[in-house]
Design a binder for this molecule. Structure first.
Ligand code: AMP
Ligand code: ZN
Length: 494
């Protein structure tokens, strides 16, 4: 079965086949780096990361490009306010975005930046003017003539037949009644950064940036273009109009949009006090893997409501999976194999694939792995797992984690970086006791812990209880929970 994806352009779930047989070329609109990334942004970026991971697991080569919007109205305004250049203003947030993405298990796309492609953007505008689909105004700005593009509105399913020809809008973000000629290039304003180019001084509009950079990296037609659902109009509608007017070809074939994340039932906003960056959650002591799990627990087109309860439940789910993996990896099982368990492992792999092939039904894929965990845990308790069963079960977990990326136990190490950052920013008061605890256990690597447990066990067998007790106390103080089971000592981080 091939992957089926919903395409906003056709409003249908379609079989996804890339233009080139074995390579997928995809582009995601990246962050506007004027602040730290919030959990809504990460819902979208994790959904796209999950898609590209699944495409690779399905055997495709993936060329995944993401722009960093380091130039738009908000950035220009804030940089001018702080009297620094655009580059100086965005540097800190760009760095934070790369770090946050890694922390939450996002594999790094190929990044492109608006400020590094300005001459090409000016060139693009000149070509649109040559085609008579763009025009210059007296102040030196350039606009796209939407009346020249009859398909305008096809993506967002808006009817612009009544639009007021010749009226203009020059802000990057505008709402649905903005069916007016939009700014491709904005003339300089006093106090704001601008660039000297072949079409005069100024700066590109946001929509233009993505058209130019995506086609430069991926060609005039490519397979998939992604973003949050708010980008359908006007951003993506404008990208299509500009790009297709120039090339006469289909710009992106599949349009992939992620439903907006709600927080405690409401639209996330600073004024409602329900706005959280990834770092805010880590400062409260939550693990990045919990958030990643939560954000993938609902398929990307279904409404997801973030709650702290949900986040705590996600942490429990991740913990169960990690414990399960450890139980399998370290258990001593009798030789042989159990055919039912072997079949269960391979069925689980198939069920996960089928779920993800079905427009990335992540909830069902997670359901399949948990069903396996439940059944195998009972079998383990009943002593029905044999030596040769562990490998296929672990392989199923590995396949799951190639996509979901929550099993690697590096939360505490990542959380320590946030703690250090908070200190360096003078935000000591925002560091919760939970974060301090979690970081404490990160002082020891997995190997350190295993070595200490081996020493502890050796001391105990030698009846040297003073040493074994001291080692146990040391591990407990570092936030390591130790449990004696019939299969030996098991441990986990608090
Ligand atoms: P921005 O940094 O505002 O340009 O947004 C970066 C990405 O995050 C875009 O693809 C947005 O559509 C997406 N995004 C913003 N807010 C949310 C949200 N609440 N839920 C899901 N995606 C969002
Ligand atoms: Zn974009």
């Amino acid at each position: 079965m091939a992957l089926r994806l919903y395409n906003t352009m056709s409003s249908q779930v379609e079989e996804f086949h890339p233009l080139r047989e074995d390579e997928v070329r995809m582009y995601a609109c990246g962050p506007t780096v004027y602040d730290y990334g919030h959990i809504g942004n990460f819902r979208t970026f994790i959904a796209v990361d999950l898609l590209q991971r699944f495409l690779r697991q399905s055997g495709y080569k993936v060329r995944y490009v993401m722009n960093i919007t380091d130039l738009d109205d908000k950035i220009i305004r804030n940089a001018a306010r702080d009297r620094v250049s655009v580059q100086q203003y965005t540097a800190k947030y760009q760095k934070a975005f790369v770090e946050d993405s890694a922390m939450i298990g996002i594999e790094q796309p190929h990044f492109v930046r608006a400020t590094e492609n300005i001459p090409q953007m000016a060139e693009f505008v000149a070509r649109l003017v040559d085609k008579d689909v763009a025009y210059r105004t007296d102040d030196g700005s350039y606009y796209f003539r939407i009346a020249s593009f009859p398909r305008y509105g096809n993506l967002s399913k808006k009817d612009f037949s009544e639009m007021r020809a010749g009226t203009r809008v020059d802000v990057d973000e505008y709402d649905k009644d903005g069916a007016r000629d939009f700014a491709l290039w904005k003339a300089p304003k006093p106090g704001e950064d601008s660039w000297d180019t072949s079409i005069g001084p100024g700066r590109p509009g946001w929509h233009l940036e993505c058209s130019v950079m995506s086609m430069q990296e991926l060609g005039e037609s490519f397979d998939l273009h992604a973003g949050g659902e708010d980008l359908i109009f006007p951003h993506h509608e404008n990208e299509i109009a500009q790009s297709e007017s120039l090339t006469g070809k289909t710009f992106a074939r599949t349009w992939f949009h992620v439903r907006f994340l709600l927080v405690e039932g409401e639209k996330m906003s600073k004024s409602l006090g329900n706005f959280y960056t990834l770092r805010d959650l880590v400062l409260k002591g939550h693990k990045p893997s919990s958030l990643r799990y939560l954000l993938t627990s609902v398929p990307y087109r279904t409404q997801l409501n973030f709650t702290f309860d949900g986040l705590r439940q996600a942490a429990v789910s991740v913990e169960r999976l990690r414990n399960f993996r450890q139980r399998l990896a370290t258990g001593n099982f009798p030789s042989g194999s159990n055919p039912e368990i072997q079949a269960l492992a391979s069925e689980t792999v198939t069920r996960m694939r089928e779920a993800l092939d079905d427009d990335l039904n992540t909830a069902q894929a997670q359901g399949a792995i948990f069903e396996m965990v439940r059944k195998v845990n009972s079998a383990l308790d009943a002593g029905q797992i044999k030596q040769d069963d562990a490998r296929p079960l672990l392989t199923a977990l590995e396949k799951f984690d190639e996509i979901f990326a929550v099993l690697k136990d590096d939360d505490a190490f990542e959380m320590k970086k946030v703690l250090d950052w908070a200190r360096s920013e003078g935000r000591e008061k925002d560091i919760s006791p939970e974060l301090r605890d979690a970081v404490h256990s990160a002082q020891l690597s997995d190997t350190d812990i295993e070595n200490k447990i081996a020493e502890m066990e050796a001391a105990r067998r030698g009846r040297n209880f003073k040493v074994s007790d001291a080692l146990r106390a040391e591990l407990t103080a570092a936030g390591i929970l130790i449990e004696n089971t019939k299969d030996g000592v098991r441990w986990r981080r608090k």
